[in-house]
Design a protein around this ligand. Structure first.
Ligand code: BGC
Length: 437
């Protein structure tokens, strides 16, 4: 592996609902994922995040794993329903106490706390009032950001407002495979706009409380056009606008692109200025490219997704395509030029069916190859002039993978859920050696 620039941030990521468990402890309110996971048929193995990795009670052990890994940063998310159990009103001290302990533990271990404010676990009470379809949720989000930063603003080293607003819109509100399970297709656009409005308002709220840098973590997927007709080209462009530009163009001062479903009536005077509130870092989450061709006649979508041949595949059946990461970093640089702030890869990782051997060891050479390839892609992008300043592996621990329940393992550390025993995989040792170097 070639050398990375001095100061490059080596990290790992997790999110609250996927690891914490303790969903009814210390006054946490219900979130949309508690509700959704209980609906029959939503989660493949019928599980919930009620216990997950029990990180709420085992955070000291997990912080020791981070220290052993030698990473300089840990990206976790804060559960809004712990801070405001009903999504409104004063801060719930017991909820913030947990993050206070976590942050102090990280700092004592020499690990920078990187906090995401929203990783999809909206307080259920806000969903009952319309959720992100309701413009007021943006204002509620800024209030929650303010309350959280009032307590942790002096110690969190990087704030991330939203995680993957595109995925929350499309899977949660477009096709309903994630919470809250709405199937609005392109009528889900208000969810995009209100999240971005909440982001802009939250950036301002954070700035008033902290001097730490502020970011958003977007999901990107370079589009591989399948077929060569004008209709295929138009389909690829439409998908690219939706996935890669809808949540970035307005943040970087370009206004909305021409994307399917865009409804100008939702956007009020002055909103675009709020969306373009300057950020210090752009978080990039990358897993795989997307194959797109023209839709069949009569399709409700202006594109069709097609599996991409010729790549190795993860247990999620996602293509392993490190070149896609280099491509998207170069594309961001070309598209936005000087308007692009420094980039940190805030998620990159893969699921494999990791099983302990007879000695209890977990060997995961595919994950090592995956990370090696993706880090080399990042290095190539840096060499080509893209300002990339960090890379976070998804994920520290095997955890509760949303609609896939416990069936997909993304961790550098294996978790045996019945006993909650943590076993570092061989990829943990590999990444440790790299991060130390
Ligand atoms: C999400 C994570 C998720 C990962 C793997 C990302 O879209 O931010 O929460 O576990 O992908 O599916």
């Amino acid at each position: 592996m070639p050398d990375f620039p001095t100061g490059f941030r080596w990290g790992v990521s997790t999110s609250a609902y996927q690891i914490e468990g303790a969903t009814t402890v210390d006054g946490r309110g219900p979130s949309i994922w508690d509700t959704f996971a209980r609906e029959p048929g939503r989660i493949v193995d019928g599980s919930t995040g009620d216990e997950a990795c029990d990180h709420y009670h085992r955070h000291a052990e997990d912080t020791a794993l981070l220290a052993g890994l030698g990473v300089s940063a840990y990206r976790f998310s804060i559960a809004w329903p712990r801070v405001q159990p009903t999504g409104a009103g004063p801060a719930h001290a017991a909820g913030l106490d947990f993050y206070d302990r976590l942050v102090d533990g990280l700092l004592a271990a020499g690990v920078d706390p990187v906090a995401t404010l929203f990783h999809w676990d909206l307080p259920q009470a806000l969903e009952d009032a319309g959720g992100w379809l309701n413009r007021d949720t943006a204002a509620r989000f800024a209030e929650y950001a303010d309350l959280t930063a009032a307590r942790l603003g002096d110690r969190v080293k990087l704030w991330i407002t939203l995680n993957e607003p595109f995925i929350h819109m499309s899977l949660g509100h477009g096709i309903g495979t994630h919470a809250p399970g709405r199937m609005l297709l392109f009528d889900a656009f208000p969810v995009a706009h209100h999240q971005l409005l909440g982001h802009g308002l939250a950036v301002a709220a954070l700035r008033a409380r902290t001097t730490s840098p502020v970011a958003i973590a977007n999901n990107y997927s370079p589009v591989r056009q399948v077929g060569d007709t004008d209709a295929d080209r138009a389909a690829a462009q439409a998908y690219d606008a939706l996935h890669n530009r809808l949540f970035t163009d307005p943040l970087l001062g370009r206004g909305y692109p021409d994307a399917p479903g865009l409804d100008p009536a939702v956007v009020r005077d002055g909103d675009l200025d709020v969306l373009a509130t300057p950020i210090d870092v752009l978080g990039v989450n990358y897993y795989n490219p997307t194959g797109i061709r023209a839709p069949e006649e009569g399709s409700p979508l202006p594109f069709e997704m097609v599996p991409l041949d010729g790549y190795p595949r993860t247990a999620f059946d996602w293509p392993v395509a490190p070149d896609g990461l280099r491509e998207l970093l170069l594309q961001l640089h070309e598209r936005y030029g000087d308007a692009l702030p420094p980039v940190q890869v805030t998620e990159s990782g893969c699921a494999y069916d990791d099983v302990p051997d007879a000695q209890g060891r977990v060997d995961d050479p595919e994950r090592i190859a995956y990370l090696d390839g993706h880090l080399r892609a990042v290095h190539e992008a840096i060499t080509a002039g893209v300002p990339v300043t960090g890379y976070f592996v998804w994920s520290l621990l095997d955890n509760w993978e949303w609609a896939e329940g416990f069936t997909k393992r993304f961790g550098l550390v294996h978790v045996d859920y019945p006993t909650q025993r943590r076993t570092p995989k061989s990829s943990y040792a590999w990444f440790r050696d790299l991060a130390r170097r």
